[in-house]
Design a protein around this ligand. Structure first.
Ligand code: OGA
Ligand code: NI
Length: 197
C-alpha cells in the first residue's frame, strides 16, 4: 500500500542520503497519532545522559516510547515495518528492528546539533522523524535544521502535520531550534544490532 512512498524514500537515500516529504501518510492517521501523543502519560525527560545526570543544556524534549498498543501506533508501525523490509530488499541494509518515541517540545525546548549515530557504531542506521503539528507557522520556531558532514546547512524543515523526514543516521548532523509553542513528533531509528526488547 505504501510501495510508491517506499520507492521514493529508497531512491532519495541512495542519491542524497536524506528526504523531506510533505503529506507523507494518511492525514487522519496523523491526527490520531497527535491525539495519542497529547494523551500519553509516559513522557520522561529525554536529555543527553552523561555519567549519571541528564544534561538539559543540550536537549530539553520529553519522550514517550511507542509500541503497538493502539490502533494508530499499530498503523504507524506497519508503515515503518514495510519500509524496513523494502530498504533491506533493495539496499541490503540488514535493518533488524525499529524503535520510536513520541517527543514533546514545550515552549523554549530545543535539541542541539547532534548525530543520531556515530561512524562504525552501526546500531542506528536510518532515522525517521514524523511531525504531528497542525498549522505550524514560521513564528512558531521549532524547525529541524539538517546539515551535511561539512556543516553546511541543507534544509530547514517546518514540523507540520504529516511531514516525514528520513536520513542516514551517521551522515547528517541536525538540530531542533527552540519551539515557541508545544511541538509533537515521532522520532524513530532502524537498527542493525539485536533487538534488546
Ligand atoms: C532526535 C531528533 C528531531 C525532531 O530525536 O534525535 O533529532 O525534529 N529529533 O524532533
Ligand atoms: Ni536526532
Amino acid at each position: 500500500m505504501y510501495e510508491k512512498l517506499y520507492e521514493q524514500i529508497t531512491d532519495a537515500l541512495v542519491t542524497d542520503g536524506y528526504i523531506v516529504i510533505d503529506n507523507a501518510l494518511n492525514a487522519l492517521l496523523c491526527t490520531e497519532l497527535l491525539q495519542l501523543a497529547k494523551c500519553s502519560n509516559k513522557y520522561k525527560n529525554a536529555g543527553v545522559s552523561t555519567a549519571s545526570a541528564i544534561d538539559k543544556s543540550r536537549r530539553r524534549d520529553k519522550i514517550s516510547w511507542i509500541d503497538a498498543d493502539a490502533e494508530a501506533t499499530k498503523k504507524y508501525l506497519a508503515f515503518t515495518t514495510g519500509l524496513q523490509n523494502y530498504l533491506n530488499r533493495h539496499l541490503y541494509l540488514g535493518l533488524r528492528y525499529y524503535e520510536a518515541h513520541f517527543a514533546c517540545y514545550e515552549v523554549g525546548d530545543f535539541y542541539e546539533k547532534h548525530l543520531d549515530a556515530f561512524k562504525n557504531s552501526k546500531n542506528r542506521v536510518v532515522t525517521t522523524v514524523y511531525y504531528l503539528n497542525d498549522s505550524w507557522g514560521d513564528a512558531d520556531g521549532g524547525k529541524l535544521v539538517i546539515y551535511d558532514k561539512e556543516g553546511k546547512e541543507l534544509q530547514k524543515v517546518t514540523p507540520n502535520a504529516n511531514t516525514l523526514v528520513v536520513f542516514m543516521s551517521e551522515n547528517f548532523p541536525h538540530e531542533v531550534l527552540p519551539a515557541k509553542k508545544t511541538r509533537y513528533s515521532i522520532a524513530g531509528w532502524f537498527r542493525v544490532d539485536k533487538d534488546k526488547k
